[in-house]
Write a protein that binds this ligand. Structure first.
Ligand SMILES: [Zn+2]
Length: 450
């Protein structure tokens, strides 16, 4: 038996204890077998002249929202008017059209250095809420798309039972929401348990939100999460003030407190957004060891509000980032926005160090792959090389390159020891223009049915 060894030499690489020079990286069977700094480049090695960082993890994706980019800015409005556009788009999707769209979206993500996507998946069923012959047909389309794009996938399958929450209580499902919902929490759990993991796919659980899952069902969703292959439990939390106000009116407590009281907040749980928090909420996220996934480009696009990244970090909360509605591509841009939003909120620069921001961009543990996201022997062999010689990055010191790079500056992406992007070109799906054409044809197919 011959073991396949892959080898790279990085001029600069972010190792667990900081930036190092002349790093030899060897992978055997998809895992790092040697990571050594201060080694001259051997002759038969792929040389990476840029800055090498670990694989980037997207903690919160809704692949189909990519279809809204650049199409929702005309009429003003709020999160709630934007949501009508998302519902209309959802109605146009079926498994084949979702496969074509998600393949292109994940390829765009791979070109930007994403090696794992946490897909918060709630578009489950056909028109009117009728299950497909395989009730997981939409999840299987996402799995297929991620495989084609060469990225790892965590299917965060969201329970969705109610159409909303206002001061009078939970509302019935209407319109596109019927496609998100299962008949009850037991049917949701059966469907999730029928989803099998594979070498690149894990399954986790999600509470869509306290708007969509009535309190009496939260514990049932929480109890399934540890049985899944990813073991994580995600929930949208307090993205909008209206959710907090309705929750307080109906339950007498904030969404964070309600989720905590029903066992949803704990280690391996992730609160997505967590934008509108009081001091008690911040402390509770810290004391329960709940992670928080910030999605700053979406939060500012939807006028959600400024988050609490600095306060959460001070409370000991593990932070990650998500692309969410894919309003912009690239997780380096997301962590840059986390820092910039803190600067606007506090009037001070440097809330987070470059190393701390990189740690957020590579938080694979939050999506159930704790053995990825670090350049260390034994970890999954992912890497992302960012150019130092582009218009955007020339002149930047190596340590700060990830803070100024654009997605076009990602030159090499490796997942599990296999190159997915080389020379800025996706090895299977082509360059940025080719992926743009894939996106264009997937979106065009949706316009025909919309
Ligand atoms: Zn979301």
């Amino acid at each position: 038996v011959t073991r396949q060894v892959a080898r790279w030499h990085a001029r600069h690489a972010w190792l667990p204890d900081g930036l190092a020079d002349d790093v030899l990286l060897e992978a055997v069977e998809g895992r790092w077998s040697r990571v050594e700094a201060g080694v001259p480049a051997p002759t038969e090695t792929q040389r990476l002249d840029g800055v090498v960082v670990p694989g980037l993890a997207d903690g919160h994706s809704h692949a189909f929202h990519r279809g809204l980019r650049g199409r929702t800015h005309g009429g003003g409005g709020t999160f709630w008017t934007w949501r009508r556009h998302a519902y209309a788009l959802a109605e146009a999707l079926d498994p084949d059209r979702y496969l074509a769209l998600a393949r292109a979206v994940y390829a765009e993500a791979a070109l930007a250095g994403t090696t794992t996507v946490g897909e918060f998946h709630y578009l489950h069923h056909g028109a009117g809420g009728r299950p497909y012959a395989d009730p997981n047909a939409m999840a299987e389309a996402l799995r297929h798309a991620a495989r084609d794009a060469g990225v790892r996938l965590t299917l965060l399958d969201a329970c969705y039972l109610s159409g909303g929450l206002d001061a009078t209580g939970h509302q019935p499902l209407t319109g596109a929401q019927l496609r998100f919902a299962d008949a009850d929490v037991e049917v949701w759990a059966e469907r999730v348990q029928a989803l099998q993991p594979d070498v690149r796919t894990r399954v986790g659980a999600a509470v869509h939100s306290v708007r969509a899952v009535p309190a009496e069902h939260l514990a049932a969703v929480a109890s399934l999460a540890p049985l899944t292959s990813a073991g994580v439990l995600h929930a949208h939390v307090a993205e909008q003030p209206a959710e907090v106000e309705a929750c307080v009116a109906v339950h007498g407590v904030t969404p964070v407190r309600l989720l905590a009281e029903h066992g949803v907040l704990r280690p391996r749980s992730v609160a997505v957004h967590a934008t509108h928090l009081d001091d008690d909420d911040v402390a509770r996220l810290g004391s329960t060891a709940t992670g928080v996934c910030l999605c700053p480009t979406t939060e500012r696009d939807l006028a959600d509000g400024l988050g609490h990244a600095g306060l959460l970090a001070a409370a000991g909360v593990r932070l990650g980032v998500g692309s969410d509605q894919h309003v912009a591509s690239g997780l380096l841009g997301e962590v840059r926005a986390v820092e910039e939003h803190e600067r606007l909120r506090t009037g001070r620069r440097g809330a987070f160090t470059p190393a701390e921001l990189l740690d957020m961009a590579t938080a694979h543990d939050l999506v159930g792959w704790p053995d990825a996201g670090t350049l260390r022997v034994g970890a999954r062999a992912d890497l992302v090389e960012v150019r130092r010689d582009s218009l955007r990055t020339t002149g930047a010191v190596a340590e700060q390159v990830p803070l100024v790079a654009g997605t076009d500056d990602v030159r090499t992406v490796v997942v599990d020891g296999t190159a997915v992007v080389t020379g800025g070109i996706h090895v299977r799906l082509g360059g940025a223009d080719d992926v743009a054409r894939l996106l264009g044809s997937a979106l065009g197919a949706l316009e025909e049915v919309a």
